[in-house]
Design a protein around this ligand. Structure first.
Ligand SMILES: Nc1nc2c(ncn2[C@@H]2O[C@H](COP(=O)(O)OP(=O)(O)O)[C@@H](O)[C@H]2O)c(=O)[nH]1
Ligand SMILES: [Mg+2]
Length: 252
């Protein structure tokens, strides 16, 4: 059985899905892949079904409607948990995250990192073809999260990640409340503040060539408000390092 599950959330990604699946299957042939599609109107889910029919390593989880990135990943984590996988990967369907980085990232998790972030903002990391505005939002968001959450993570908003499955079990996933991309900040911060090991691996993020970004102002506002609220709450009620997020949970 594969020890890694790669979760790929999709919403209207029909143009790039086949290409990214082929790249994933050739870069990490031993991993299983789970497409989590929110009933994309463009037929992405049906294309996923055809790819799954031709390749037993690929599965599709169909969800009833567009419900945000966070909910899609939480549903995928449940599949990973019941399948007994050791490593759980998050990556976008649009080609921005290069599957060829995965062997090195999974190796870091196998070496003991609880979360490995494919990072644009550490030495060696970069972004290709992003509009100046997107770069500014990402840099400012990471800077603000660093200050408010006292986080040392350089790319806390990144969506390219490998979790050790045991670390996911340490978190109370039902308590994760973020809807949009703020989900990524919440997951990383919960692990960091409970003393989990976080590694950042430099990646080159390449802006999508097909389809459209689902990023919108509401997502940025949600992140800004939540990070501010978490930062204030953490100042009032500091968490002791080493305390699990979920009482009584171990990390294995
Ligand atoms: N299932 C699901 N996937 C989503 C949703 N929103 C975004 N995605 C996927 O999440 C990934 C990142 O989204 P994208 O629009 O590329 O964000 P950007 O890279 O920040 O511009 C892509 O694979 C999207 O198809 C959603 O509500 N549900
Ligand atoms: Mg994208």
């Amino acid at each position: 059985m594969a020890d890694t599950l790669i979760i790929v959330p999709t919403y209207n990604e029909i143009d790039g899905l086949e290409r990214i699946m082929a790249r994933i299957r050739s870069a990490v042939p031993d991993a299983d892949v789970l497409i989590v599609d929110d009933s994309s109107p463009d037929g992405t889910g049906e294309l996923g079904d055809r790819l799954a029919a031709a390749d037993p390593a690929i599965r599709v989880l169909h969800r009833a409607g567009k419900d945000g990135l966070g909910q899609a990943y939480l549903a995928g984590f449940e599949v990973a948990r019941s399948g007994g996988y050791l490593f759980v990967v998050e990556m976008d369907a649009d080609g921005s995250h290069d599957p060829e980085s995965l062997p090195a990232m999974i190796a870091l998790a196998a070496d003991g990192a609880d979360l490995v972030i494919g990072s644009r903002w550490v030495d060696g990391g970069s972004v290709v073809n992003w509009p100046r505005m997107r770069k500014a939002i990402s840099r400012t968001g990471n800077w603000y999260s660093g200050v408010m959450l006292r986080s040392r993570i350089r790319d806390i908003t990144a969506g390219f990640r490998v979790f050790r499955a045991g670390a996911l079990r340490d978190l109370d996933l039902h308590a994760i409340s973020s809807q949009g991309y703020c989900f990524q900040v919440e997951m990383a911060w919960r692990l960091e503040r409970t003393g989990h090991r976080i590694a950042e691996h430099p990646i080159t993020f390449v802006e999508r060539e097909t389809g459209q970004s689902k990023m919108h102002t509401g997502i940025v506002v949600e992140a800004l408000l939540r990070v501010t609220a978490w930062g204030i709450a953490a100042t009032l009620r500091p968490q002791k390092k080493g305390n699990p997020d979920r009482s009584g949970a171990g990390s294995n």
